[in-house]
Design a protein around this ligand. Structure first.
Ligand SMILES: NC(=O)c1ccc[n+]([C@@H]2O[C@H](COP(=O)([O-])OP(=O)(O)OC[C@H]3O[C@@H](n4cnc5c(N)ncnc54)[C@H](O)[C@@H]3O)[C@@H](O)[C@H]2O)c1
Length: 261
């Protein structure tokens, strides 16, 4: 049976890879991005998020089977807060009503291994309070400050927050109660335009490997790897996995916190 899915971040990297196999297999994919996509919207703005729901609904005839929120960026900027947390949440919540007509509705968002880093407490509190203006102000304050691992504190805090949101909401009547599996994946290092600058130099590769040691087929996976995991979590075969953050990182998470089972 063919399925209709919505993939944000479809113009590049993991999102682009996520659109490819289902289209080849005859499924319908509505790609969303700020450029080069079926639906072109800016997920950092309220206008873009409203247009997303309207345009996807029109294109899909008011009914979809899965939503896969991949769009994100690593910039040390309030825009990162707008896309990685509020844009991803608006994608999942805004498109949820369109899942109601599916006999196997699924939702997945891309978090990150970076969610294991320390959060910026001020920004994290605003994100969990659903306060976007407050969170953007915190991001202005943080600027280019890094966490202990040397990467953007804004980025890691948004990724921890969206992973937390999935874990706390998957059980809710709107999600599990409506038969919708809601999960996140947490990639380590994936070869995409996002990581290309760092992967080009020995220093950059060493820094990535320090934060994300990948004994299994590391140090950087092709985007087809997370795309396949997203596809399964969003498929009708996934009847009982929900509320999970599934790490796809060559073993990094298990090395960093082996006590967690
Ligand atoms: N590449 C990695 O190693 C890695 C690791 C962990 C998590 N991730 C996450 O995976 C996701 C995809 O990253 P990628 O590596 O494929 O990066 P990418 O830069 O190749 O793709 C990101 C896509 O998001 C889109 N996007 C950015 N801002 C947007 C906006 N305002 N509105 C709509 N679309 C917007 C971009 O146009 C782009 O097509 C991101 O959420 C990223 O944080 C990536």
């Amino acid at each position: 049976m063919t399925r209709t899915s919505v993939v944000t971040g479809a113009a590049s990297g993991i999102g682009k890879a996520t659109t490819e196999k289902p289209r080849t297999d005859g499924h319908t994919v509505v790609g969303v991005d700020i450029r080069d996509a079926d639906v072109v919207v800016d997920l950092s703005t309220d206008e873009g998020r409203t247009a997303l729901v309207h345009e996807v609904s029109q294109r899909a005839g008011g009914r979809i089977d899965s939503v896969i929120a991949v769009a994100g960026l690593v910039a040390a900027s309030p825009v990162t807060v707008g896309v990685n947390y509020f844009g991803a949440k608006a994608t999942l919540e805004g498109l949820r009503p369109l899942l109601a007509g599916s006999d196997a509705p699924r939702a997945v968002v891309v978090a990150s291994l970076a969610a294991l880093e320390d959060v910026d407490d001020g920004l994290y509190a605003k994100l969990l309070a659903d306060d976007e203006p407050g969170a953007r102000a915190e991001a202005e304050r943080i600027g280019t400050a890094t966490n202990a691992a040397g990467s953007s504190a804004i980025y890691s805090t948004t990724k921890k927050a969206i992973a937390h949101w999935v874990r706390t909401h998957a059980k809710d009547p709107e999600w599990a109660g409506a038969g919708i599996a809601l999960n996140a994946i947490a990639p380590g290092v994936i070869e995409t335009p996002m990581t290309a600058p760092a992967l080009q130099t020995a220093e950059g590769r060493a820094a990535l490997d320090a934060g994300a040691p990948s004994p299994l087929n590391g140090p950087a996976a092709p985007p087809a790897a997370p795309a396949a995991l997203l596809a399964w979590l969003a498929s009708s075969e996934n009847t009982h996995v929900t509320g999970q953050v599934v790490f796809i990182d060559g073993g990094a998470e298990s090395i960093r916190r082996p006590e967690l089972v």
